[in-house]
Design a protein around this ligand. Structure first.
Ligand code: ADP
Length: 470
């Protein structure tokens, strides 16, 4: 099958979170199964763009409202990623340093989608599946179905994967002129609660919709930022498929970001070496259990309660543990987390910013990874931590519920709690400190979770079966 993934992120070209990881891995594993998987994303000015060689694949013109623009499709030359990576360049609109966060993001991603649809419409053949990811690409199924110029793509199967339903790409009806001329009787397929809602449109128009875990799909019917009844109505076309992790990138035995590699047989020495590097760098005590948080500093991740939770844990458990935060996001939280590093020197430290290498070192060197998320569609951090023998401490929600078994249950290896609250976190930290002292149990948990199969192979097969069912 020929599968075209359309996305705003794809590791290592562009990543701000799990979406990038998934779109960087899924096509690779689909190619390994003998399918022809490609990815297309906007041409941002990232490091990867300048490191690689690119060839021009296609140049064309398209319209957005009354603006006619030229777009260029370039392709990565070496195919080192294990799939063909294409970028869309639209001068002045997409070629920027950041992925998101500009005032004209609506225009940027709408023009990107128009360019992709236009490009595909020029192919001499049709792809078997166009797989869209999140709201930035969710207007494509509508365009295939109802835009007059692209009617010949009607029968191309479209899939929408929802990595995060909180963001939906809302735009006012004044922007409907951006969408290539369409059958206005079908305006309802764009609309939700009085605005154009690209994510809702994708759910209505895609042939199938997937979410990145089973529990997340259930939760979306209860709470999905206004789309609850739509998920209920469309439940027949929705499927939960758990993400895997890219074992080529995330393997403590070969991880290129690590100096000290280890396997399940050398886990104690390996993790100790990595922990020593972190503790030396951040002034922490290597003898204490190291509890870390890695992620976007936003409400969904319950990052707002992290400062109070750490302060309260230090108050209740003394210097029984050390804490380290890596993240960026809310400026007030960033400031608070920086300030705490001065007040709690030797017990807590942080790195505010985005640092891929440090994140790998932390998965390898930490003893526990804290994820109190309010919403977690799948969550990759807990899976990386398991692969690196770091005990996940998670709130029972979404994908965290589907992947972590509490150490109190049969064969359990993690710590689960119910509420994104300071009390639940502090209590869980107490459990962590106790199990850390029970070396036999702790080492069993570490080794057991390293052996759990979290690879993509299984999930990729589920995607392929889904495509085939269409
Ligand atoms: P989300 O996509 O909601 O942010 P996921 O758990 O699915 O959450 O994926 C998060 C990914 O982003 C992981 O690979 C994690 O290591 C990475 N990440 C998040 N914040 C940072 C950061 N500040 N520095 C490095 N990596 C980060």
């Amino acid at each position: 099958m020929e599968i075209l993934h359309v996305s705003a992120e794809c590791y290592p070209m562009a990543k701000t979170g799990g979406l990038g990881d998934v779109v960087g891995a899924l096509p690779k594993y689909q190619s390994r199964l003998g399918h022809y998987a490609k990815v297309v994303l906007p041409m941002y000015r990232t490091k990867y763009l300048y490191q690689k060689e690119w060839v021009v694949d296609y140049k064309g013109y398209a319209r957005m409202g009354d603006w006619t623009f030229e777009y260029t499709i370039i392709k990565e030359k070496s195919v080192e990623l294990g799939f063909d990576l294409y970028l869309v360049d639209i001068n002045g609109l997409l070629d920027r340093e950041k992925i998101y966060g500009y005032d004209d993001d609506t225009e940027r991603f709408t023009a990107f989608q128009i360019a992709v649809v236009d490009w595909v419409s020029r192919w001499e053949h049709r792809p078997d599946v166009v797989h869209c990811h999140d709201h930035h690409t969710a207007l494509i199924p509508f365009m295939f179905q109802y835009c007059y110029s692209y009617q010949h793509l009607r029968m191309v199967r479209t899939i929408l994967t929802i990595h995060n339903a909180q963001y939906q790409g809302w735009m006012g009806w004044d922007k409907s002129v951006y969408i290539p001329a369409y059958d206005t009787w079908k305006s309802g397929m764009l609309e939700w609660n009085g605005t154009i809602n690209p994510l809702a449109s994708g759910i209505k128009c895609a042939w199938k919709v997937t979410t990145v875990s089973y529990s997340y799909l259930d939760e979306l019917r209860q709470e999905s930022n206004g789309l609850e009844s739509l998920f209920e109505y469309e439940r027949g076309k929705c499927v939960g498929i758990l993400n895997g992790i890219d074992a080529d990138v995330w393997d403590p035995a070969t991880d290129s970001y690590l100096k000290a590699h280890y396997t399940v047989d050398t886990i104690s020495e390996g993790k100790q070496k990595n922990k020593t590097i972190i503790c030396q760098q951040f002034g922490l005590d290597v003898k204490k259990p190291l509890i870390v948080f890695i992620g976007r500093l936003v409400g969904e991740k319950a990052a707002d309660i992290i400062p109070d939770a750490i302060k309260s844990a230090i108050y209740h458990h003394g210097d029984g543990a050390n804490y380290m935060v890596l993240g960026s996001g809310d400026p007030f939280l960033e400031e608070e987390l920086r300030r705490m590093a001065v007040n709690f020197k030797g017990v807590y430290n942080s790195y505010i910013g985005y640092d891929e290498a440090l994140s790998h070192l932390m998965y390898a060197g930490a003893d526990f990874l804290l994820m109190p998320s309010r919403v977690e569609p799948c969550g990759l951090n807990q899976m990386y931590s398991m692969r690196y023998g770091t005990v996940p401490m998670v709130r029972s929600t979404g994908g965290l519920k589907d992947t972590v078994v509490d150490m109190g249950d049969i064969d359990g290896y993690g710590i689960r709690f119910n509420h994104a609250s300071v009390d639940d976190i502090v209590y869980s930290i107490g459990r962590a400190i106790r199990v850390y002292q029970d070396k036999t149990h702790f080492n069993w948990m570490r080794k057991h979770m390293m052996g759990i199969d979290l690879s993509w192979e299984n999930s990729v097969q589920q995607y392929i079966s889904l495509y085939e069912s269409l």
